[in-house]
Write a protein that binds this ligand. Structure first.
Ligand code: FES
Length: 258
């Protein structure tokens, strides 16, 4: 396998905290391997900065396997960078040419305030999940996995929605800062399975109304679908909207009975 070394220029957003106005700083990274991941390249730069007695660049990461959704960088104006269906942690330096100038910014969205440098606060997503991202199930011994038959197309579509890692790229890519793809993926995942039926309409109503407290509105740009590292389809938004509309009728009836 070839292992080219390349020199790159980085323009990285530095910001000391939410109140700081922030600015770009330029760094040079020499002889970085094609095989290095994008985050390894930032580790390499941070080691360089620490050796020089400078402050390391703060950025989010955890699994580095495209699973946890923690990594979150806007690379040359694209959420997660130039490779489709790829989270930042799975992007490799072979995607960039030697001498390239790479601009790295945090997610830019009013609902995701910057904590420091490239790290943002995505706890607005947690508020949406708290508002309805659960199911009611009987506790006790684990039931047999096949006790509730689920048709294959339903299981497949629930799994497609469950692939959302909650990284926030959809919000960062949306010109309105909307979180409809994230919220709808979570609603579609639970609302399509038999175990999620008990709270189906309450869940759709609570999660969408919680989302509206923090995020902008969807106007069908479709940028979210393009930026999603897990290829979640915007079809889930139509499903969630349909359940929300039904919820406004069903939940009203429910509330009038109690
Ligand atoms: S660090 Fe976990 S998805 Fe990128």
């Amino acid at each position: 396998m070839s292992n080219h070394l390349k020199d790159i220029i980085l323009k990285i957003w530095r910001q000391n905290g939410p109140q700081d106005s922030g600015r770009f700083e330029t760094y040079k990274v020499d002889e970085i391997s094609d095989e290095a991941s994008f985050l390894e390249m930032l580790d390499y730069l941070n080691e360089q900065l620490i050796t020089e007695g400078k402050e390391a660049i703060v950025f989010d990461h955890d699994c580095r396997e495209g699973i946890c959704g923690t990594c979150s960088l806007m690379i040359n104006g694209q959420a997660h960078g130039p490779e489709r269906s790829t989270a930042t942690c799975q992007l490799h330096m072979r995607k960039f040419s030697s001498g390239a100038e790479i601009v790295i910014e945090p997610w830019r969205a009013a609902a995701f305030p910057i904590i420091k440098d490239l790290m943002v606060d995505r706890s607005a997503f947690d508020r949406i999940i708290e508002s309805g991202g659960f199911i009611t199930s009987v506790t006790g011994g684990a039931p047999d996995a096949n006790l509730i038959p689920i048709p294959k197309p339903v299981a497949d579509s629930a799994m497609d929605s469950a692939a959302c890692i909650g990284c926030g790229a959809c919000v960062a890519a949306c010109p309105n800062g909307a979180a409809n793809l994230f919220t709808s993926a979570k609603i579609a995942h639970l609302n399509s399975l038999p175990q999620g039926q008990a709270e189906r309409y309450k869940r759709a109503e609570s999660m969408i109304e919680k989302m509206d407290e923090f995020f902008g509105s969807c106007t069908n740009h479709g940028e979210c679908e393009s930026a999603c590292p897990k290829e979640i389809s915007i079809d889930v938004i139509a499903l969630a909207n349909a359940d929300y509309r039904k919820a406004k009728l069903k939940n009203k009836k429910f509330i009038s009975r109690i």
